[in-house]
Write a protein that binds this ligand. Sequence first.
Ligand SMILES: [Fe+2]
Length: 307
Amino acid sequence: MKIQNVARFHSTNDRPPFKNRVGARAAPAAARKKRLVQIENPCCFAASGAAQYTPQGKPGRETPRVSDFFDMHSHLLPGFDDGASKSSESLEILYQAWQAGFRHVVATPHVMAGFYEHQRDEVEQAIAALAVETAVQTPGLRLYPGHEYYIDDHFMGWLAQGEIHPLGSGRHVLVELPLLKLPPMTKEIAFRVQIKGLTPILAHPERYNDVIRKPEVIHDLMASGFRMQLNLGSLAGMYGRKVRRTAEWMIKNRLVDFVGSDAHTPQQATEAFTDGLQVLTELVDPAELARLLIRNPRDVLFREETQ
Ligand SMILES: [Fe+2]
């Protein structure tokens, strides 16, 4: 079934598009209602008629029927980096996000000197182009500009020149470090980012070798000013057993501030938005789920403080 059929699906309760890929299973209406998870003020998060959520994933492992979630990390802009290569992939990633209850997605293409150096206005233009198409197939979904900066000497130079751009209209910046070994200057880097009036968010800390080996290092990183963004795919085992174990440890110890899909492809989006989201809902209570998926991201994108 083609992506253009989404509007028809929602108007007729027909089978969802991408059914084969995400393995969606419809449950009786009464059963779905029973599984509805109430988060904070329900009126803010209840799915609208147009955005009817159909539980999906493995049989018996449905995710909560809520909406207004934020995805803080995504490589969905077509042709920008090693993520989506064409707009049809972007739209499929966004549809999967929307179907899982996400209504806000931050586009965070890699910025890495010599490889990916797209400017902010290019990101904003690509988002504007995508927004026209998403208005039909994912009503209510909003896109925000961002970047995922690889920290190296070039980043520090851009930082000194005031050329680092935050997520949305806030003051937080998403950064990544070498996975194999955290640089000795990691805490110094956090300090230098902060004296520029920005707060660093460390992308997928559960994937760093040094963190896997000694998870307690997260405490030091947070004390130096980093906030933590966990990948949903890590909880689904997308990066292996050790990463999954580290991710679960961080969630259980409330050492995570934000979550994101880090989706580069529709396949990764499927893992993140079905199994990954399901595991997260099993590990935390509704209040913590709202903090991670709604309140903290909302504060970061539109205001300056998180809880
Ligand atoms: Fe990423």
